[in-house]
Design a protein around this ligand. Structure first.
Ligand SMILES: NC(=O)c1ccc[n+]([C@@H]2O[C@H](COP(=O)([O-])OP(=O)(O)OC[C@H]3O[C@@H](n4cnc5c(N)ncnc54)[C@H](OP(=O)(O)O)[C@@H]3O)[C@@H](O)[C@H]2O)c1
Length: 389
């Protein structure tokens, strides 16, 4: 009789987890810690996320199967709700994923996770605390094939504060909670859904589409990106959560050397999916030196006539910095556990493109991630709930 405490149920991966898990006939109870004014409001927030995966009726039916505990994980150590005490597992997905959120991101991701871990110490029957980090904690100077155990590393050079906060969290969890059954899962880059395409989220998909529209790459077409779909990540997390014995306590959730995608394959997939745009001639450019070239091309293709387009240019530049790293995250440990290989991006990109909105619209959906440190996120717990819905 598993009782799983889930944080981040209203986010992309949390929604994907619930969408799969709640339809199973098993004896698992999902307890979701959700920021909301009351239980019904929390349930409707989860249902709204589930509606991205299914029809409204099914979303409501699934949302009725969960227990909602209104709350903020960053204050979980002060939350004495007895429904938390009986949890046997914790799946900790919630995070502030903003790239430029400064100190706030560190407070949420690092300090908040430690607060949740302190709360977990009083769950007498706790069997597993699955903490979701990010493979990108390796920073900008990592070797092209990244092994799990090489990170977190004090000398890693982080491109954004978000990855630094996730690295520090792993270090502190290991140092301060040796008594907890902690397992760390680090997804690589999550894009789309293998069967529902862009419907659950267009996060990061817009970057690939923008690169295609710009016909510009900051790296060779032979370099690789490690991309996995949200449904595969969800399925893998549930497997890591429920498997009685695991060989390790740290896993990349990644495409690995066998499943990574060369940029040349991304380009070919776009050509196949959108043949009317013809054969793509990509230009390679230097991200550090050719700012003007990128800006000029962006203005030609998208225009720079609104604040959201200017924000999109800044975000494109930032994502290009990650693309240029040419990283693959080893997945031998997952394979050893018998987890199936993730579907390749090229195999499901056509589904994503088939139900995609315009590129700029897709970016706007993702824009909160790129808000400057001074701007409170729309989901700030300090805002009245009506403003966050
Ligand atoms: N997506 C990726 O490409 C990717 C890649 C690698 C790792 N990851 C990791 O995977 C996890 C989930 O990512 P995601 O893409 O699903 O994120 P997401 O869509 O941005 O969702 C973030 C979730 O965290 C919740 N949250 C944030 N602060 C909270 C707080 N103080 N109390 C309670 N809940 C809070 C949000 O709740 P509200 O709705 O209330 O804001 C939301 O449910 C994160 O830990 C992320 O670092 C993601």
């Amino acid at each position: 009789m598993a009782r799983i405490l889930l944080t981040g149920a209203t986010g992309l991966i949390g929604g994907a987890v619930l969408h799969q898990a709640l339809d199973r006939e098993d004896d698992v109870t999902w307890v979701c810690l959700v920021r909301c004014g009351n239980v019904e409001q929390g349930r409707q927030r989860v249902a709204a996320r589930l509606e991205r995966f299914t029809d409204p009726f099914t979303a409501q039916r699934l949302a009725r199967k969960i227990e909602i505990v209104p709350g903020d994980f960053t204050r979980a150590d002060l939350d004495m709700d007895p429904r938390l005490d009986a949890c046997t597992h914790v799946l900790h997905l919630a995070a502030d994923t903003s790239w430029w959120g400064g100190e706030r991101v560190f407070r949420t991701n690092h300090d908040g996770t430690l607060a949740l871990a302190r709360r977990a110490q009083s769950m007498a029957g706790l069997q597993r605390f699955l903490h979701v980090g990010t493979a990108m904690i390796c920073g900008a100077d990592a070797p092209s094939l990244v092994e799990e155990t090489a990170y977190p590393a004090a000398e890693a050079r982080h491109i954004v504060g978000y990855t630094e906060s996730k690295a520090a969290t792993e270090t502190s969890l290991a140092a301060q909670f040796p008594d907890l059954p902690i397992v760390v899962a680090r997804p690589s880059i999550v894009v789309g859904h293998a069967t529902l395409g862009a419907a659950p989220s267009s996060s990061i998909l817009w970057v690939l589409r923008a690169a295609d529209a710009l016909r510009m790459l900051p790296c060779s077409p032979e370099s690789c990106v490690d991309i996995v779909p949200a449904d595969w990540v969800a399925e893998t997390l549930v497997a890591l959560m429920t498997k009685p014995d695991l060989k390790h306590d740290l896993y990349h959730l990644s495409a690995g050397a066998a499943g990574r995608t060369r940029w040349a394959d991304v380009i070919a997939a776009f050509e196949d999916a959108e043949p009317s745009d013809g054969v793509r001639a990509f230009r390679q450019f230097d991200l550090d030196r050719d700012h003007t070239r990128l800006r000029k091309r962006f203005a030609e293709v998208f225009g720079l006539d609104s604040a959201s387009k200017r924000a999109m240019l800044r975000a494109t530049r930032a994502y290009y910095a990650f693309c240029a790293l040419n990283l693959t995250f080893a997945n031998d440990r997952l394979v050893e556990e018998g987890i199936p290989q993730a579907p390749s991006l090229a195999s499901y990109l056509p589904v994503c493109l088939a139900n995609s909105a315009a590129i700029v619209e897709q970016f706007v959906d993702d824009m909160e991630m790129f808000a400057p440190a001074s701007a409170a996120p729309a989901s700030s717990p300090n805002l009245p709930l009506a403003a966050t819905a």
